[in-house]
Design a protein around this ligand. Sequence first.
Ligand code: SF4
Ligand code: SF4
Ligand code: SF4
Ligand code: FES
Length: 981
Amino acid sequence: MIAVTIDGVVHEASSGERLIDVINRAGLQIAQVCYHPQLGPIQTCDTCMVETNGRLTRACATTVSAAMEISTNQRRPLQRKREAFGRILSNHVLYCTVCDNNNGNCTIHNTEKLLGMEHQPIPYHSKPYEEDHTNPFYRYDPQQCILCGRCVEACQDVQVNETLSINWEDPHPRVLWDGGSTIGESSCVSCGHCISVCPCNALMEKSMLGHAGFFTALPKTALTGMIDVVKGVEPGTGYGAILKLSEAESHMRESRIRRTKTVCTYCGVGCSFNVWTKDRHILKVQPLDGPTNGISTCVKGKFGWDFVNSADRLTKPLIREGGKFREASWDEALDLVARKFAETKTKNGPDSVAFVSSSKCTNEESYLMQKLSRAVIGTNNMDNCSRYCQAPATQGLFRTVGYGGDSGSIRDIENAGLVLIIGSNTAESHPVLATRVKRAHKLRQQKLIVVDLREHEMAKRADLFFRPKPGTDIVWLSAVSRYLLDNGMADTAFLNQWVNGLAEYKKSLAPFTLEFAAMTCGLSEETLKRVAHMIAEAKGVCILWAMGVTQHSMGSDTSTAISNLLLITGNYMKTGSGAYPLRGHNNVQGASDHGAMPNFLPGYQSVDDPEVRSRFEANWNVQLPSTKGLDNHEMIEAIYEGKRKAMYLFGEEMSLVDSNANFVGDGLSKLDFFVVQDIFFSATCHFADVVLPASPSLEKEGTFTSTERRIQRLYQVFEPLEGSRPDWQIIQDIANRLGAKWQYQHPSEIYREVASLTPLFAGVTYERLEGFKSLQWPVAADGTDQPLLYTKGFAFPDGKARLFPLALSEPTDQPDVEFDLHLNNGRLLEHFHEGNLTYRVEGIREKTPDTFVEVSPELAKQRGIQSGTWVQLTSRYGQVRVRALVTDRVQGKQLYMPMNSVESPVNRLTSSHTDPVTHTPAYKEASVHLRVLPEVGESPLPRINHRFGHPTPQHGVEVERKWKRPDYRVPGNGLIQIQTN
Ligand code: SF4
Ligand code: SF4
Ligand code: SF4
Ligand code: FES
């Protein structure tokens, strides 16, 4: 720490800290139009001028040093600030009262007030450009753009989509998309970073326009008239009176605009933000304080919420009668559900009933569902959709390090020396997490290796990208481990101190020579050596993996091989290292954590442990079943065997999402009684006997746990849509009709019970999660959490990790003469899963209306296929009809189908083969025959999809180009000490 003097008062600062941060921390008010703490110094506005040791400097670009004397608002710096702000105002008209951005947080308005300027010193000059409305979610108004460059900085160096720039050399600079395209036809992915950081109304969400203010819905002509009036009176009245009026209007807005914190309902990254609403209208999503995401979102979190108010939300329970559904009252439907479950239990025993919890719903809801299953019905037949994706990763970690969770935080990934991504399309499946890797790679020379069948965005950016043959990751991973051990590149000290089982493990590696791996995986030995050396030389390695690894018949073993590799190189127990299985759904981690599993009570406490059971039995006042129940996969098999008669599923689209969908659908139709609880009439509802209308995340309270084990609270944004109910209330109603006598009034009461029974969450309370606060489990009773999972040892009794020997296994469902193509599948940035939510977002549908199958240029040429050609794909299990998209993302005889389709779901083609340890389906092992159909349609992706854009990468806003303009001069006499970061 050092001491600096600001305006005569001594303040403490860290050496090297930005001066502007020190000034802000001290609570001093200084202008800073282009500065945003999460973007760093941009230096375009010159409004933050201060004097340090008698010389003018920009506070945002100056780092403090010991004994620095700073003067912020003396006459000279104040004049410079005003001069700089005057230039900004020449690009912007202050019509605050009729502006949708007049919400108390407009930087221009607030700076105007702070600097006390009464008039516009330089006349406003309009620019020769029209507003651009070509993006469905936001518009750009060049007339109001002050050229601060925050948006460019955010797009180039935080989101790293590299779409935006400013043409500083132009007589009339403006923000450009792809160097001059319309927004709609650019590479813009609609992530919203630029809009979220824009300090004024130049970039705005369309959902705000005409909705936020009391006078902003005026027709354009009336609005222009009012703006002209304001401009006309300003020379006479000065800004003071005009601003007073607009502030009164802004205060009036406070009574009708609500800002409620929530956590994203889509992927497992766990972005959190405020949702601005007026009645049931979503004005905008505003990220800023989220511990994971800060200012970041992707298109789904920022704009993907139309589904909440969709006209086809379920609002009445439905009961099947005579093959048709009829509407019913809640009482009738709940009575029927309870009666049927009770009858089934009495007649066929508790294990004839099964439960599937939702990875989209809250921790509290998963907890209640497993309590209903175990304590009320008496069965451990309880699972969630981690069975479909993440169970093998969890298994790999259970075997080697003890806990089934990411070993650090997203910040560790950002700080790693090397990131290795295997089988994860991170930029599309975990977009905000990917931005942190892209940023570190672009700005901090982080190394990046990507291993995948497809050349997706992260692959294109990688320092090393290679495509092993499908299902062979375990081979090259083991070969690299062996090479490291054989060549003295393992971390011997770490192995000696922290790891058991080295001898056995080494023995198991015998077959995995580089030569064998190169041949089996279709790679060169050189590539594998390069991987090994990059790992050995890196300062901290994080390995990220997802469904490209786990959804294989050897998914658990490959996940284990990843953890083995990290252990032998000492890449655990330190920041910037570790294992990161990227969880798909927003709460797939939490659903498993809270007991929605056949073998674990909450907190991974085994159902066959008598001590654990007796603790829960004492609290719940019941006798609990002690043998492992059925998982999702086994439940379907058991229906076919006639052992499973009734089932209760909520918030899951099982009939499309489970592998071999035809087989699963037929199975579900054989159930005697099936309850589905959802917000829409999903494809799975077609098999139900009772459908119960639930509420989405914005209509309830609770907690989610993200991929980095981060528990966060969500607050209720809207009342439940009339007729629907939060899932926890429905589950409680059913339990009570079965005699449970639960009396939870609020989810916080449920969590109090969870914490009291589960050491992993002992210190989790709603108070400790207030607002944007969060906790990363395990959480000790005193509230101490563990961002870095392993600090004092691993989660085994002796504190040591375990190397787990592995053997080779072959993928299933391999191509042959008839089914000659390999079909891969996965997510798409814009849609989530089958698309039940995202197809109800108009802007997303406009940009990405349908699914498709990606075909390589060489295969397309061979078979006479072009983008838009309809093809029929037939596997050993089913058939779909889909349009082709020709792209070099895939190669040779590889096909790729995104999973976002209800009409042509890829899972009609996938098999029932599973990973033997976890029963996770081998979705990624599918072979198909492709028949070209005579019809040729439009390309399945319209020209306005971002994939057709042409980004313009550069480092930030390149302010030096502005400074070179002949009309630029530093405010004042031009003497400035410029420091750059
Ligand atoms: S990708 Fe589009 S929405 Fe995202 S920051 Fe860039 S321009 Fe803005
Ligand atoms: S559009 Fe970009 S450059 Fe223009 S005011 Fe907004 S953030 Fe600044
Ligand atoms: S990255 Fe994931 S959590 Fe974040 S906004 Fe996008 S979908 Fe939501
Ligand atoms: S805040 Fe804009 S130059 Fe410092």
